[in-house]
Design a protein around this ligand. Structure first.
Ligand code: GLP
Length: 233
């Protein structure tokens, strides 16, 4: 793991965007993208840059079950709003939160990932160490599937919803097995509330109890964290 400590999310988002632009310059064709507050600065920097995604493909990590693409809490909507409206890709994939058959949706998405091997995967980090929506205990070889969210994640994500009971209880998430197949990974984390997860991810044992710790086993992983998130290292 290449660990880069920056002052704050503004500096970190710029660093991550520079890495993506460098990757695109070097021939990356498929980006794996993430939602949440963490990558927002990176997306702002990409929008402000001259990077061109119009011949590329994006594959998103996850989506809430039950939310339509035009629901402003959906990850579809987030991606439109934070990136795709300004920097479109030739093709962008996000799991379909309204799919009626969850097994069929998982299989469809796994084919998308198999057909579009990810050159650079962007990740955030849950307070409990989750990546995507791979919560503690998730099998390390898992592919895309419907997952139940933990109480801690529902509580953390409720800040984006009017009421905590509005937060969906399930999501589709790319699995850790698929994430680990990406050529390169850039994981970002900001703030003191991520410090425990960051410490476990970098210094702790590799354990399903802290899903991001599996990244210790992979080459080409860059972790960009701010001083607060690095404070327990
Ligand atoms: C969410 C998402 C993750 C994200 C994480 C952190 O549950 N599924 O992909 O990385 O939580 O969110 P945030 O960036 O808002 O702190």
């Amino acid at each position: 793991m290449n660990v880069i400590v920056v002052k704050n999310d503004v500096e970190g988002g710029k660093k991550a965007a520079d890495m993506i632009r460098e990757g695109v310059k070097n021939g990356a064709k498929v980006l794996g993208l993430a939602t949440g507050s963490t990558p927002v600065e990176m997306y702002k920097n990409l929008i402000a840059s001259d990077v061109d995604f119009t011949k590329m493909t994006s594959v998103n990590l996850d989506e809430y079950v039950g939310l339509a693409p035009d629901n402003d809490q959906s990850y579809h909507y987030f991606m439109q709003d934070n990136l795709f409206n300004k920097k479109p890709f030739a093709k962008s994939y996000v799991p379909n939160g309204l799919a009626e058959d969850s097994d069929a949706e998982a299989a469809r998405y796994n084919k998308v990932i198999a057909d579009n091997p990810i050159d650079i995967q962007v990740l955030g980090l849950g307070r409990n160490g989750h990546i995507g929506f791979n919560e503690p205990g998730s099998p390390v070889d898992a592919q895309t599937r419907k997952v139940a969210l933990t109480e801690s994640t529902i509580e953390a994500n409720s800040r984006n919803f009017e009421h905590e009971e509005d937060v969906p209880k399930y999501a589709y998430s790319m699995g850790i097995g698929s994430i680990m197949k990406s050529q390169n990974i850039i994981l970002m984390a900001w703030g003191a509330e991520k410090a425990d997860a960051v410490k476990g991810m970098i210094e702790g044992p590799v354990t399903p109890d802290l899903p991001a710790s599996i990244l210790q086993k992979k080459d080409n992983v860059t972790v960009i964290i701010d001083e607060a998130a690095a404070s327990k290292l």
